[in-house]
Design a binder for this molecule. Structure first.
Ligand code: FES
Length: 294
């Protein structure tokens, strides 16, 4: 079965809708001005759990709200009202994590994320009205507005799927990179500065090289968060700081020290032969079966 052309065209229209940019820029500036201490940003991004938190939290309000029509049909008015309220409470952290993710998007991803958010806000507003109507005993009106809310959040959910599965927002940008299985020449050891970074292409994949603890180490150069070239960032205290959103990765093993990145940088094994740095992938990486070019 093919994707419905109308859906594909709709996604393409939103991706290219530059008219959304002024609103997106204003909202981005307003949200960026809200103070977010690094630990809070890490939690909102999902750094402690190793994946974006937003998609997991979405299950709570959606699960509650999808259940409401069934309770309405069964005449369970009080239970339906409580689920509408539970969904509203759960929507607060869900929206906060989504906003945090959206702040680090640009261009087409930012436009789709903006429409996704606006639809969700319309859905939340509808459910808020529904909850108030239900509390006042206006059952039919409450059912109509909750149905409207479900329509909004379902449309938003479809766009959320487009963001993740078509545009790759939240996906480890190195997931499909193929690093060499055997020792492969990367760069002259002398070209790796004592207090800076070098970059090289190995098998078509960008590699970052730096020195720590007296040895040369190698990481994937493409930031796992949104794909920034890490060698254009800063080196501090044995870590590399991403130039785009300041995620921090340990040079020794690529682990995330602070977000918004949620996934570690791929770390490669290194050795020096005849003044040349050679690299190869670590065994764990070789277990993957869906890397590009394989
Ligand atoms: S691209 Fe966002 S932290 Fe690196």
């Amino acid at each position: 079965m093919r994707t419905l052309p109308v859906l594909r065209r709709l996604a393409e229209r939103i991706e290219g809708a530059e008219a959304l940019d002024p609103l997106g820029e204003k909202l981005n500036a307003a949200l960026s001005a809200v103070p977010r201490p690094a630990p809070v940003e890490d939690v909102l991004s999902g750094t402690p759990v190793g994946h974006p938190l937003h998609p997991a939290l979405v299950a709570v309000p959606m699960g509650a709200w999808v259940s409401v029509p069934f309770l309405d049909a069964a005449g369970q008015d009080d239970a339906a009202t409580r689920l509408v309220g539970l969904g509203l409470l759960a929507a607060v952290p869900t929206a906060a994590t989504g906003a945090s993710d959206w702040l680090t998007t640009n261009s087409a991803e930012r436009r789709v994320g903006l429409v996704h958010a606006l639809l969700n806000y319309a859905g939340i507003g509808s459910y808020l009205v529904s909850w108030l109507q239900r509390r006042r005993g206006r059952r039919t009106a409450g059912m109509i507005t909750s149905t409207l809310g479900l329509t909004f959040v379902s449309a938003a959910g479809w766009l959320g799927g487009h963001l993740a599965y078509a545009q790759g927002v939240g996906v480890d940008t190195t997931a499909f990179e193929s690093f060499p299985e055997d020792w492969t020449d990367a760069v002259a050891e002398a070209d790796v500065p004592a207090d800076g970074m070098a970059s090289a292409q190995v098998g078509g994949v960008p590699i970052l090289l730096a020195r720590t603890g007296g040895t040369v180490v190698a990481l994937g150069d493409r930031c796992t968060h949104r794909g920034a070239p890490l060698h254009e960032g800063d080196l501090r205290d044995g870590c590399v700081h991403c130039p785009w959103h300041d995620s921090v990765f340990a040079l020794a093993d690529g682990e995330v020290v602070s977000g918004p990145a949620t996934r570690p940088q791929p770390a490669l094994e290194t050795r020096v032969r005849d003044g040349r740095v050679q690299v190869r992938r670590v065994e764990q990486r070789g277990l993957r079966s869906n890397v590009a070019g394989h």
